[in-house]
Design a protein around this ligand. Structure first.
Ligand code: GDP
Ligand code: MG
Length: 793
C-alpha cells in the first residue's frame, strides 16, 4: 500500500520510494529509508499537506509525494505468490519482517519500439503465451505476469510499443500514463541491437525521466551475424544505464538481465549514473529556466523529473501542458517558454521540437560512433556520407589541420584590413581630442591613457571577430563536433576528453570565452584541467608582441618562430595536464558521449549571433579591465611629475649605455628596476620587465608600454620601435633575450580577465591564484632554458 492511504493515527513501515531519481534521493535524505516506521499524525480530509512522524520528528508531505512511498503495516500478510523456498534462494539479504518481504517484489515495465521483442521477452520470463507477431500493434494494452528470480518476485508488465514518449499516438499516451500512475520500480528498455540509431531515441526520453532502468540489448544474435561489434559496456557507461545483451526468442541472457534488474533495484549496480542528454546551449538555457521554477516547489509532480517536464513543456507537449495549467506559476512559465522558443527557432530556423530531436539524434550518433565498429547505419544518410571522409582515419587529421590553417589565415591576413581602418580612426580621434582640449594632465590622460591605450587594444577586435565567426561556423555546421571526435584519442592521452578540444581551440582567440565554453564538459576534473591549461593556448592579445619582436629579430625565419611559439604553448599545456592528472586529480574514467549533430549549412543569423556572443566578452574586457589598466599604467608612467620636455626623455632613452640616471624615474620605472634583478637571468632588462608587469592586466598592453618606454609614445610603428629596441652597442634586446622575452610573455601569468574567469568558472579564487603563480613559474623556467640555449648560438 501507499503512504497516502494511511489513515490518521495509523503506522506503517517504509518499503520503497518510487518516482524519479532526484525525488527518491531527497526523500531518502529526509529519512524515508526501508524499514523505518512512519505514522500519520494529522490529516484532515482533503487536506494537503499531511503531517507524518518519522524517527522522532515530524515531516509534512504533499499527498502527491506520499503516493510514491510504498509502505506496509506490521501485521501485513506474506504477499501472494511468495513461498519460503523462493525467498531463501537469496541469502545475502535475510528476511525478518513484512517490510523485507514486500521489498522483495519488483515491478518491471517493458518499454521499447514496436517489434523489438518485448512480448517474446515477457512470454519467456513469465511463462505466458501472449501472441507474438512480426507487425506492430499486436499489444494493445498492458499485460501483466509474474515469476520469481534470484530470491525476488517479479511483476512484469508488457506495454505497447512506442517510438518516443511524445503525446501523439494512443500507445505513447498509454505508456506515459502508465509511467505516471503505476511508477514501476525498474524499467526494462528493450532495444533492437542492430538498429540502435533509431531505438535509442526512446531511451533518451526515458533518460530525461530519470527512472531506474536497464537496457535489454535484444536480438543480439542479429547484431553478431551482421559482423558489427558493439562495446555495450562502454555504451552503457556513457548512457549511465546498464546494458545486457539478450535473445528473447530463445531466452538467452534473460537471467543476466533480471540479475541486473535486482542490482539496479537494490542500488548496487555500478553502471547506474544520472546523465543529461545535452541539447545545445540555447535549449539547455531554456530548459534550465523552466526547471528552476519547477524546482522551487519540490512536490510538483514527483513522478516526473523536472528536466523531463521542462523539455516536454518547451516542446508544447499537450499532456504536460494540461498538467502545468494546474500550477500557479503557469503564466510565468508560458512567458519564459515563448521568449525561449522564439529565440531558438529564430537562431536555428527550425521548430523547437525538431531542434530537440536533432540534438538527441546527435547524441545517439556520437555514442554509437564511439562504441560500434564495422558497418552501422546512422540516423542520417547525408551525414554518414560526409562523415566517411571527415572522420576518416587517414584524412581526418590533415583535413582538420588544413581547416585550422585556413582559419588562422583568414583571421590574421584578412583581419589586417579592418585593423588598419580602426587604427586610423583611433589616431584621428586622439588628434581631434588633443586639439579640442587645453594642454595639461587631463588631456594627456584622455589622449595617451584612454584613447591611446584602449585604441591599441580595440584594433584586435576584427581578428577576434573573424576567428569567432570561423569557430561559430564550424560549430553550427557540425564540423567542430567531428574535430573534437577525431581528437578524442589524442586528448585521452593527456587524460582529457574530446570535449576539451573546442575550448582549447577557442583559447587561440581569447581565453575568457574559451574558459566559459568548458561548461559543456561533464566531468569535473576534466573541466578543471581544461580551464587551467587554457591560458597556455596563445591568445590573440599576445600576437602584437610576437609581430614586433619576430619582425625585428627573426624576420628570416618568421613563420617558423611563430609556429614554434604556438607549439611551445601547446607543449606547456600538455605537460601541465599530465602533471595535474598525475598528482592532483587521478584519471577520470567516466565515459561521456560526444554528440555528433547532423551537418547543416549554418544560417547567417546563427553565426552572427554566436560570433557576437563571444565577441561581447572581449569588448567587456576592454570597457572594464583594460580601460582601468591603461589608466593605471599611464598614471604610473606619468607620475611623479617633472618638468622635462618629453623630447628629453626620448633622447635619454637613446643613450645606450648610461641608463643609470634614475633621478626622475616614474613609478613604473621604479617598480621595473626593483623587480629587474630577478629577471636578469632570463635576459630581461628593466624596460622589458616593466612591459611584462604592465601586461598582467591585459597582454595587449605590453607593446604599447614598450612604445612609451623606448619612444615616449605608444603611437609608433613596429619598425621604428624595433630599431630602438636593438639600438646601441649593448642593446636591451638581443636575439637571445628577445626569444626569452617571447617565451616568457607566451606563458606567464594570464591576464586579469582570464584569472577572473578561472575563479568564476571553478568557483574558487584558489584556482585563479594557482594559475597566476604556476604559469609565471613555468614561464620563467622555459624562458631561462630558451635564453641559455640561444646564447650558445
Ligand atoms: P514486440 O512488438 O516488441 O512485442 O515484439 P515481439 O515479441 O512480438 O517480437 C517481434 C518479432 O521479433 C517476432 O517475430 C519475434 O520472434 C522476433 N524476435 C524477438 N526477439 C528476438 C531475438 O532476440 N532475436 C531474433 N532474431 N528475433 C527475435
Ligand atoms: Mg508485443
Amino acid at each position: 500500500m501507499r503512504l497516502s492511504e494511511l489513515k490518521q493515527g495509523q503506522e506503517a513501515y517504509v518499503v520503497k520510494i518510487l518516482g524519479h531519481g532526484a525525488f527518491r534521493k531527497r526523500l531518502m535524505e529526509m529519512g524515508f529509508v526501508r524499514g523505518k516506521l512512519v505514522k500519520n499524525v494529522l490529516s484532515a480530509p482533503f487536506k494537503d499537506p499531511v503531517k507524518y512522524s518519522l524517527m522522532g520528528y515530524e515531516v509534512s508531505l504533499r499527498r502527491s509525494e506520499a503516493e510514491l512511498i510504498e509502505v506496509v503495516a506490521e501485521s501485513a500478510e506474506i504477499p501472494l505468490g511468495f513461498s519460503e523456498q523462493h525467498l531463501l534462494a537469496n541469502d545475502d539479504a535475510p528476511i525478518h519482517t513484512a517490510v523485507d518481504l514486500h521489498r522483495r517484489t519488483i515491478t518491471v515495465a517493458l518499454i521499447g519500439n514496436p517489434n523489438c521483442g518485448k512480448t517474446s521477452l515477457f512470454n519467456y520470463a513469465s511463462g505466458a503465451t501472449e501472441h507474438v507477431g512480426n507487425y506492430s500493434g499486436v499489444t494493445v494494452d498492458a499485460k501483466e505476469g509474474s515469476f520469481t528470480h534470484g530470491g525476488y518476485r517479479f511483476k512484469i508488465v508488457d506495454l505497447p510499443g512506442t517510438y518516443s514518449l511524445a503525446a501523439y499516438s494512443p500507445e505513447e499516451l498509454y505508456v506515459r500514463r502508465y509511467l505516471r500512475d503505476e511508477t514501476p520500480d525498474v524499467i526494462i528498455n528493450v532495444v533492437v541491437a542492430s538498429n540502435l540509431a533509431r531505438n535509442l531515441y526512446l531511451t533518451t526520453d526515458l533518460i530525461d525521466m530519470d527512472r531506474s532502468m536497464v537496457i535489454a540489448l535484444n536480438m543480439y544474435d542479429e547484431l553478431q551475424e551482421s559482423g558489427a561489434v558493439l562495446d555495450y559496456e562502454l555504451l552503457g557507461g556513457m548512457l549511465g544505464v546498464p546494458i545486457v545483451p539478450t535473445i528473447s526468442k530463445t531466452g538467452e541472457g534473460l537471467d543476466a538481465l533480471f540479475d541486473t534488474v535486482i542490482r539496479v533495484y537494490e542500488g548496487k549496480e555500478p553502471a547506474v549514473r544520472h546523465i543529461h542528454v545535452t541539447l545545445g546551449e540555447d535549449i539547455e538555457k531554456a530548459v534550465g529556466e523552466i526547471k528552476t521554477i519547477l524546482k522551487a516547489d519540490r512536490s510538483i509532480f514527483p513522478q516526473f523529473s523536472p528536466r523531463y517536464l521542462a523539455i516536454k513543456f518547451l516542446e508544447k507537449d499537450s499532456e504536460v501542458e494540461e498538467m502545468m495549467k494546474q500550477l500557479p506559476q503557469y503564466d510565468e512559465l508560458c512567458v519564459i517558454r515563448k521568449l525561449n522558443r522564439d529565440h531558438i527557432s529564430k537562431i536555428r530556423q527550425e521548430d523547437v521540437g525538431a531542434a530537440i530531436a536533432a540534438e538527441k539524434y546527435g547524441f545517439i550518433d556520437g555514442a554509437l560512433a564511439e562504441t560500434i565498429s564495422g558497418e552501422h547505419p546512422t540516423s542520417n544518410r547525408a551525414t554518414a556520407i560526409i562523415d566517411a571522409f571527415v572522420t576518416n582515419r587517414l584524412f581526418g587529421i590533415p583535413l582538420f589541420l588544413g581547416v585550422m590553417l585556413l582559419v588562422f589565415w583568414l583571421t590574421f591576413s584578412v583581419g589586417e584590413y579592418p585593423m588598419g581602418w580602426i587604427e586610423s580612426a583611433v589616431n584621428w580621434i586622439g588628434q581631434t581630442a588633443a586639439k579640442l582640449m587645453p594642454p595639461g594632465p587631463l588631456t594627456d590622460l584622455v589622449v595617451d591613457g584612454i584613447i591611446g591605450g584602449v585604441g591599441s587594444v580595440i584594433v584586435f577586435l576584427p581578428n577576434i571577430l573573424i576567428l569567432y565567426a570561423c569557430i561559430s561556423f564550424m560549430e553550427d555546421s557540425g564540423y567542430m563536433a567531428r574535430a573534437a571526435f577525431i581528437m578524442d584519442k589524442a586528448m585521452h592521452r593527456i587524460g582529457l576528453h574530446g570535449k576539451s578540444f573546442i575550448p582549447l581551440v577557442m583559447g587561440f582567440g581569447c581565453n575568457v570565452p574559451a574558459i566559459m565554453a568548458t561548461r559543456a564538459i561533464e566531468s569535473r576534473t576534466s573541466r578543471l584541467i581544461t580551464i587551467l591549461i587554457n591560458p597556455f593556448m596563445s591568445c590573440s592579445a599576445r600576437l602584437p608582441i610576437y609581430v614586433l619582436l619576430i619582425g625585428t629579430f627573426f624576420s628570416a625565419h618568421a613563420a617558423l618562430v611563430f609556429f614554434a611559439l604556438y607549439a611551445l604553448g601547446v607543449v606547456a599545456a600538455i605537460i601541465t595536464a599530465r602533471l595535474l592528472r598525475r598528482f592532483v586529480w587521478k584519471k577520470d574514467e567516466t565515459p561521456f558521449v560526444m554528440e555528433l549533430p547532423p551537418y547543416r549549412v549554418p544560417t547567417l543569423k546563427a553565426t552572427l549571433h554566436h560570433t557576437w556572443g563571444k565577441g561581447k566578452q572581449y569588448l567587456k574586457k576592454m570597457g572594464g579591465i583594460i580601460l582601468v589598466a591603461c589608466i593605471i599604467v599611464w598614471a604610473l608612467d606619468y607620475f611623479p611629475r617633472h618638468d622635462e620636455e618629453p623630447s628629453d626623455r626620448i633622447a635619454e632613452a637613446q643613450v645606450d649605455d648610461s641608463r643609470i640616471d634614475i633621478s626622475h624615474d616614474s613609478y613604473l620605472e621604479m617598480i621595473g628596476k626593483a623587480v629587474n634583478p630577478v629577471m636578469r637571468p632570463i635576459g630581461m632588462q628593466w624596460r622589458a620587465t616593466v612591459a611584462a608587469i604592465a601586461g598582467v592586466p591585459a597582454k595587449e598592453i605590453v607593446v604599447s608600454t614598450l612604445g612609451v618606454l623606448y619612444a615616449g609614445t605608444d603611437d609608433i610603428d613596429n619598425q621604428t620601435l624595433g630599431a630602438k629596441l636593438s639600438a646601441g652597442s649593448r642593446p636591451d634586446f638581443t636575439p637571445a633575450s628577445a626569444l626569452a622575452f617571447l617565451v616568457f610573455i607566451l606563458l606567464y601569468c594570464p591576464c586579469i580577465a582570464t584569472v577572473t574567469a578561472i575563479a568564476k568558472e571553478t568557483g574558487s579564487w584558489r584556482y585563479g591564484l594557482f594559475s597566476a603563480v604556476y604559469n609565471t613559474a613555468i614561464a620563467y623556467i622555459f624562458a631561462f632554458i630558451a635564453y641559455r640555449v640561444a646564447l650558445l648560438f
